[in-house]
Ligand binder design. Sequence first.
Ligand code: NAD
Length: 281
Amino acid sequence: MAAVVMDGKALAARMKEEVRLRVERMERKPGLAVVLVGEDPAALSYEAGKGRDCRQCGIYYDTFRLPGDTTRGELLDVIQLLNGREDIDGILLLLPLPGHLSQREAVLAIRPDKDVDCVHPANMGKLMMGTGSLRPCTPAGVMRLLEEYRIDPAGKRCVVVGRSNIVGKPQAMLLLQKHGTVTVCHTRTPDLGEECRRADILVCAAGRPGLITGDMVKEGAAVIDVSINQDGHGGLCGDVDYAAAVEKAAYITPVPGGVGPVTRSILMENTLSAALRHGKK
Ligand code: NAD
């Protein structure tokens, strides 16, 4: 029997509506600032999407599109300015930065209580200890989708493909916090197929189209495809061979329309919760 297709779009719309209703009752609105350095078309369209989400939720939105030759000092000045602005509760710095700028230094400059993407080491440390309040958007989006479809990681074998700081590692932590038995795979994993075939919950975030073939999916598994790749025909695809996996899995996310929209709604929730912690009512 074909898998249940996990509808991220519908869930994300509901999440945003809940944020909107909450924000509507607030006297001082939450505010999000997005900082973008350079003219990368994908980043520009991503930034525009954040603006749309904020408008839908009633969140104040400000954007800083800095030229590609922005200096270290100029970037740090913008971050410091946003750190001090009371109308801004969340700062999202779009990564990667151009090569002449230090990502690490820029991320460290963001006030941790405004780090709505959960990239600051202070927030990553709290995530590790399970005491954080700001959640990393994409891994938290995956957890929200699992919860929505009542897929409980407790006692399950969870396999995460990818070990990046923004997706793979925090994803493993969140699954572990929900009592999954977690394996993290990467480019040096000797037999990826063998690891994946054991997964009750398989989260793919390698950014490699076609990496996960149908024979790597366990019968009845939940397959969560985080990746967003160009499919070579002008469209998008994930890492998973969807046509094959949908016949074996019990649950599967589509790309697009799976994890992506939920990730965006988590950013709205994080901005709202940062504002509430900043005393906005
Ligand atoms: P990344 O390139 O930083 O990390 C990829 C990871 O995958 C690495 O740890 C690498 O070891 C592993 N990997 C790569 N090839 C592999 C292989 N052949 N076998 C095993 N492991 C392999 O990427 P990222 O920033 O973590 O993003 C991953 C994917 O998720 C990308 O496609 C990105 O576009 C997508 N993404 C989606 C969202 C969303 O909201 N849906 C958010 C962030 C990233």
